[in-house]
Design a protein. Structure first.
Length: 204
């Protein structure tokens, strides 16, 4: 997750670091308030009510609310960017989960089914239509995108993209019974030439 190789994963990685920084700032302020309540010595020459207003209202309320509001707005913006918007270059595949395997079909090669390995072209957006034949599973390729649940009788679409050809490991991140830890798969991102050969059914 912290080593992204696609635009969606990069957005999520940036959001993660920003939220970590924001939560760290709030934690520091809260720790300072706790420390002050135990170890500070009241100043008789300074009105106590004014000091309380600065610490409690300003740093205890206004600061965390402002940081959390900014994080929420940014997260909503990132979430909107991650939606599978219309794109003429998009590739469409289907991911079907079942205890304990993943099967993949391809709109551009309808006669082909792969198991345990998802083939995609590098440098192009891919919409993965995710569903399941039994219980709820979760489709997740940490270096390419976020995760999305596979729900019986329902299709969820996740957009993934790999910046470069290579192998990227995926897994089901949903506890769905004993054995779910082995419910893994591989995403193989191909160069443009290799993708053309894959669609033509040629060996690579």
């Amino acid at each position: 997750m912290l080593d992204p190789v696609g635009p969606a994963a990069t957005e999520i990685n940036t959001l993660w670091w920003i939220m970590l920084a924001g939560s760290a700032l709030i934690a520091i302020i809260v720790a300072a308030l706790i420390w002050r309540s135990f170890y500070s010595t009241p100043n008789p020459d300074k009105p106590r009510s004014r000091t309380l207003r600065i610490w409690i209202h300003g740093l205890g309320l206004a600061f965390p609310i402002s940081v959390l509001a900014a994080l929420l707005i940014y997260a909503l913006v990132v979430g909107e960017r991650l939606l599978p918007h219309h794109d003429t270059q998009v590739v469409r595949v289907h991911a079907i989960a079942q205890q304990w395997r993943w099967q993949f079909t391809y709109a551009e090669r309808p006669d082909y089914v792969s198991e345990g390995i998802l083939h995609i072209p590098a440098g192009r957006p891919v919409d993965v239509a995710i569903t399941t034949r039994d219980v709820i599973h979760s489709f997740w390729v940490p270096r390419l995108a976020g995760k999305l649940d596979a729900i019986p009788g329902h299709v969820n679409t996740l957009r993934i993209e790999a910046d470069a050809p290579g192998l990227y490991h995926g897994q089901s991140a949903e506890f769905s019974g004993a054995g779910y830890t082995g419910h893994t798969f591989v995403v193989q991102a191909h160069s443009a030439a290799d993708w053309a050969r894959f669609l033509a059914g040629e060996s690579m």
